[in-house]
Ligand binder design. Structure first.
Ligand SMILES: Nc1nc2c(ncn2[C@@H]2O[C@H](COP(=O)(O)OP(=O)(O)OP(=O)(O)O)[C@@H](O)[C@H]2O)c(=O)[nH]1
Ligand SMILES: [Mg+2]
Length: 459
């Protein structure tokens, strides 16, 4: 039973139209009532649920801020408890003073994700819905948002719950046979059970097929731009971003540190990383930049290797090629507007890379082809169609479902091999438990705590 009251700022820090202080728990209404004077003269305790009330936050009869207070009485609230939201003016000082004042009463600062954790513990939402809420907040594109919203609306949960129901039915049949071997269930129908489990496996496998695209939508494709100094890496970042974000000059070694920006290509999020040109250098700052470029390569899903087509392939191009071995790579032979010293076929032979495009970043030649290449590489051309269906976007869900499929396959194998039914029952129970991890029903407290600790403050 949760019996303390929590408070946090629910909006981002900085200047804005409004800043919201959120209070949830048994004493939420009582506490806010002590600091809020409504213009109607009514006590917050007497006001109806789901109302917005105009008034003032006051400390010892002195006005701190003019506010709107939203009142939600539990259980029909975000957390399932009494929730009060104070809409202050969005400056840091009114919010800070209101927070300080509230904390002089019987409440404490919320931990990250604690409001949503309470919603989960009070049965308002399950874990996958809670994770979906976080994904909505950090959605990178409209399509990512779409997938997250579906998760919050419980599409994944209800599908998983249905499959778990079916697993339970099979388990019940087996358990009955174990408990009452001489009764009606004397001869268990092996085919019925394995068919039913097979249906569940098929559905889960279909769901697993969506995981690759789902993860791309949620996390984005981390794309690192590498190459020697002066080949046009920062120009590429600027061109894809359609803004002059990175400094571009004709001096080799312009970019010293890595620069990260996000773009959307037809709804697919790309996390673009511009790096310092890789070469041997005595300059300490540049050397650190080069080291950072190398670790950015390791962390990326896709590498865009930029070459200067107006120059010949040389030692540093070769060295970079070795650094990006094993990565998904697209080579861009840049500066197509200048006389060319590189031949696309020779570069293909030299590097073994299949995806090579001649471009001029400055003159915007063939950059559309680069986008198409990324699309076909990740098989995401039909991404909008895919998002119509229920998707898995979360690694944790993917693992739980994969484990459940494994358990069910073992169960079928054992049942068909005529193994004792109590052994089969163990596999089926494991499958049920693994699927339950998606909604959080079968997770222990530590794991749940760990998941919510990754949420942001005030949510
Ligand atoms: N002719 C021509 N010049 C280009 C093209 N793309 C970039 N450049 C020029 O190449 C020079 C280097 O461009 P940057 O984008 O700064 O190169 P970089 O790879 O980021 O260089 P470092 O940050 O030093 O590693 C600039 O003078 C650009 O204007 C192109 O397509 N054609
Ligand atoms: Mg640069």
């Amino acid at each position: 039973m949760i019996d303390d009251t929590i408070v946090a700022v629910a909006t981002a820090v900085g200047k804005s139209g409004v800043g919201i202080v959120r209070v949830s728990g048994k004493s939420a209404i009582h506490i806010v009532n002590k600091v809020f004077r409504s213009s109607s003269g009514k006590s917050l305790l007497d006001l109806r649920s789901n109302t917005i009330n105009y008034g003032f936050v006051e400390r010892e009869n002195k006005i701190i801020d003019e506010v709107l207070v939203s009142l939600f009485r539990g259980p029909k609230s975000y957390t399932g408890e009494d929730v009060v939201e104070i809409n202050c003016h969005g400056g840091p000082i009114p919010i800070k003073l209101t927070m300080e004042l509230l904390l002089t009463f019987d409440c404490r600062l919320a931990e990250p994700g604690e409001f949503t954790r309470r919603a989960f513990l009070n049965g308002r939402i399950d874990l996958s819905q809670a994770e979906g809420i976080m994904d909505i907040i950090s959605a990178k594109t409209d399509l990512s948002l779409d997938a997250a919203t579906k998760q919050v609306l419980g599409k994944l949960s209800s599908m998983i719950n249905e499959l778990n129901e079916s697993i339970i039915s099979s388990l019940a049949l087996i358990e009955a046979t174990i408990d009452y071997p001489d009764e009606v269930f004397e001869s268990i129908d092996v085919d019925t059970i394995s068919n039913s489990l097979n249906d569940v496996i098929n559905e889960l496998n279909n769901l697993l097929l969506t995981a690759k695209t789902g993860k791309i939508l949620r996390d984005g494709i981390k794309t690192t731009i590498v190459g020697k100094p002066n080949v046009g890496k920062s120009s590429l970042l600027n061109s894809l971003l359609e803004q002059q974000r990175a400094i571009v000059t004709d001096i080799p070694g312009t970019t010293r540190d890595i620069l990260e920006e996000q773009i959307s290509i037809n709804g697919v999020p790309l996390v673009l990383v511009d790096t310092a040109g890789i070469r041997e250098t005595d300059d300490v700052v540049e050397r650190i930049g080069v080291e950072r470029s190398k670790s950015a390569i390791n962390e990326s899903n896709l590498v865009l290797f930029v070459l200067d087509g107006s120059k010949e392939w040389e030692e540093y191009d070769q060295k970079i090629l070795e650094l990006i071995k094993g990565k998904k790579v697209i080579i861009l032979i840049n500066k197509l507007d200048l006389p060319q010293m590189m031949d696309i076929n020779i570069i293909a032979n030299k590097t073994g890379v299949e995806n090579i495009i001649n471009v001029s970043i400055e003159k915007n030649i063939n950059l559309e082809e680069l986008k198409n290449e990324i699309f076909s590489m990740y098989e995401i051309s039909d991404i909008e169609d895919q998002t119509m269906n229920t998707m898995i976007t979360n690694l944790r869900h993917e693992k739980a479902i994969k484990d459940a499929v494994k358990n069910l396959m073992e169960a079928i194998e054992n049942i068909e091999a005529g193994m004792p039914l109590d052994i089969v029952a163990i596999d089926i129970k494991d499958a049920w438990e693994n699927l339950g991890k998606v909604s959080g029903s079968s997770l222990n407290k530590n794991i749940v705590d760990e998941i919510f600790s990754r949420f942001c403050l005030g949510k």
